[in-house]
Ligand binder design. Structure first.
Ligand code: COA
Length: 260
């Protein structure tokens, strides 16, 4: 399947690279991009050839410079709600893929671009990347999850400052505040992202997936989160990979996980 706004490459090791491909518009998210992301991530959930996803932007300037502002002229209250709800649903789909997704931020990650990176499980950035939620400059607020995911990641104080000032911050500052996991030189970004994904994919796949599911509930009241964790822990104990992991450790050999 090919897409008008996405470049897709699925390597033999199961790492899919999804590149949002509107470089002339700094990869801004128009309705086609949202629809293509929705479709690809829906299919990827059940595609066993895809084990993990690297999500990036085409060109060397931008990851995603936000929602496509050209669409905003038509928005009224009702269309605005629909616009936000649609984007949120697609970003939730990415977050709930059940396989690890790393945002590979190769430049501007602004507005919806920052929110897209936040919906991924991990974020790595080039040293030229710039993050920000500049929506207040347009008379709106983040609508694709930024007011909810940013404070969960960096804390309410820093998120409030970023959202109220619309400030653009460099990768080094984003790293300091925990917004990105690693910063690489531009020409080492993709290799760094692949290495990180490779490390994750060397682990028991179901354990990785269940960990993602448990972590998704990390903002819930502790008792609820602990209940979910115990349930998922039980699920992991029913897998063949659990038996293999334990036997390999006790037998002083490397585990061979099968994803079962
Ligand atoms: N929506 C639509 N088009 C966008 C866009 C967006 N979010 N961001 C950039 N573009 C387009 C520009 O209009 C321009 O198109 P054109 O060549 O047809 O005129 C092209 O991408 C290149 O952008 P340009 O502004 O010329 O690049 P720059 O290097 O001077 O500035 C930015 C880069 C990122 C600082 C600037 O493009 C910008 O502020 N973009 C909007 C960021 C934003 O507010 N995002 C949140 C939206 S809710």
């Amino acid at each position: 399947m090919s897409y008008s706004t996405l470049l897709i490459d699925v390597a033999d090791d199961g790492i899919a690279t999804v590149t949002i491909n509107r470089p002339d518009k700094l990869n801004a998210l128009n309705a086609d991009v949202i629809s293509d992301l929705d479709d690809w991530f829906t299919n990827a959930a059940d595609d066993s050839s895809v084990r993990g996803v690297l999500l990036t932007g085409a060109g060397d300037k931008s990851f995603v410079a936000g929602a496509d502002i050209a669409r905003f002229r038509d928005l009224d209250g009702s269309l605005g709600r629909t616009f936000a709800t649609r984007g949120q649903a697609v970003f939730n789909r990415i977050e709930q893929l059940g396989k690890p997704v790393i945002a590979v931020v190769n430049g501007f990650a602004l507005g919806g671009g920052s929110e897209l990176a936040l919906a991924c499980h991990l974020r790595v950035a080039s040293d030229t990347a710039v993050f920000g939620q500049p929506e207040v400059n347009l008379g709106i607020l983040p609508g694709y999850g930024g007011t909810q995911r940013l404070p969960r990641l960096v804390g309410l104080g820093l998120a409030t400052e970023l959202i109220l000032t619309g400030a653009m911050i460099p990768a080094a500052r984003a790293y300091e505040m925990g917004l990105v996991n690693h910063v690489f030189a531009s020409d080492e970004l993709m290799a760094g992202a692949r290495k990180l994904m490779g490390k994750i994919l060397s682990k028991a796949p179901i354990a990785v997936s269940l960990s993602l599911e448990a972590l998704r509930h990390a903002d819930q009241p502790l008792e609820d989160g602990l209940r979910i964790e115990a349930d998922l822990f039980g699920n992991a104990c029913e897998t063949e990979d659990f038996k293999e992991g334990v036997e390999a450790f006790l037998g002083k050999r490397k585990a061979e996980f099968k994803g079962r």
